[in-house]
Design a protein around this ligand. Structure first.
Ligand SMILES: [Zn+2]
Length: 84
């Protein structure tokens, strides 16, 4: 597979799973191996997975996601925790 972005060409070997660098829910960066495992299982970071996906696994896998306000509040708390 090959994509061209202006002067940059990105080539990925087939069979390699590429994950997003940012959480689909909170948009924070995927930074740890635990985050990667949660992305593979729930398409979100560890923090969102622990907060929402695991407790509502059935609904989560069916497409349920938290509301915008809950996500914003979670992002603020996650940033504070990551800074400390
Ligand atoms: Zn997240």
């Amino acid at each position: 597979m090959s994509n061209e972005y202006d002067d940059i060409v990105v080539i990925c070997e087939e069979g390699i799973n590429v994950i997003d660098r940012f959480c689909d829910v909170c948009d924070l960066m995927i930074t740890t191996s635990d985050d990667v495992e949660y992305v593979k299982k729930y398409s979100c970071c560890e923090s969102c997975g622990m907060k929402w996906a695991e407790s509502r696994a059935k609904e989560w896998l069916a497409g349920w996601r938290p509301g915008r306000e809950s996500i914003l509040e979670h992002k603020e708390r996650s940033r504070i925790i990551r800074i400390i």
